[in-house]
Design a protein around this ligand. Structure first.
Ligand SMILES: C[S@@+](CC[C@H](N)C(=O)[O-])C[C@H]1O[C@@H](n2cnc3c(N)ncnc32)[C@H](O)[C@@H]1O
Length: 191
């Protein structure tokens, strides 16, 4: 990643931390992914060769930029889905020089609309208690060998417990929790 892009991401993240500290309404906070988690996720996109990347929970585009740069490295693209469009989102993507397919939709409804096996890497970063209600689509949409990444599994274990249990009950899935940032669950979807 070149220096101007690194500087942009660092400034977006710092600005987000500052913004969120002054915002009492949780739903109006940007809640950007921790940089170490974003870097790991982006590297995973490259290693897996994930050309079809889906993110649920765009916010102002911080994690989206990390994913889009990595997807571009392997000839892929990111679809990022959110129930609202944040005012600075498109400007941030432009400044980063990335092209992303944005969808203004409910994440579960979007996943339900996708064909089986059509996603290489799915990243869930929305309202955690909703994920279990999306079952089985988060795994159904993954191609065999695809990856499901879920943030906040160590910071909010109670909110993701039922979803992680559903994953654990699927014999095709192998999961691990990486203690980076707020805790990233990584699931490999086997055959
Ligand atoms: C934690 S923030 C995402 C942060 C972003 N991934 C980043 O690192 O910059 C959660 C986002 O999920 C969105 N969201 C909440 N519920 C959703 C749903 N059911 N479907 C899609 N997006 C949702 C919110 O509007 C918010 O922008």
């Amino acid at each position: 990643m070149d220096e101007p892009l690194q500087a942009l991401l660092a400034s977006l993240y710092a600005d987000g931390v500052h913004h969120d500290a002054a915002e009492p309404d949780r739903l109006l906070r940007r809640r950007n992914l921790e940089p170490a988690t974003a870097e790991l996720l982006a590297q995973l996109v490259r290693i897996v060769g994930a050309r079809r990347v889906v993110e649920i929970g765009t916010s102002n585009g911080y994690s989206t930029i990390w994913l889009a740069v990595a997807a571009r490295d392997v000839g892929g693209r990111v679809v990022s889905v959110d129930v609202q469009e944040w005012p600075e989102l498109r400007a941030n993507l432009r400044r980063a020089g990335v092209s992303v397919d944005l969808r203004l939709l409910e994440g579960g409804a979007y996943l339900a609309s996708l064909p089986s096996g059509s996603v290489d890497l799915l990243f869930l970063d929305a309202e955690r208690e909703e994920y279990a209600g999306w079952w089985p689509d988060p795994i159904r949409v993954l191609r065999p060998g695809g990856v499901l990444a879920v943030d906040n599994v160590l910071s909010h274990p109670g909110e993701v417990a039922s979803f992680l249990s559903l994953i654990a009950s699927d014999p095709r899935c192998r999961s691990a929790t990486v203690p980076v940032g707020k805790g990233l669950s990584l699931t490999w979807r086997g055959h």
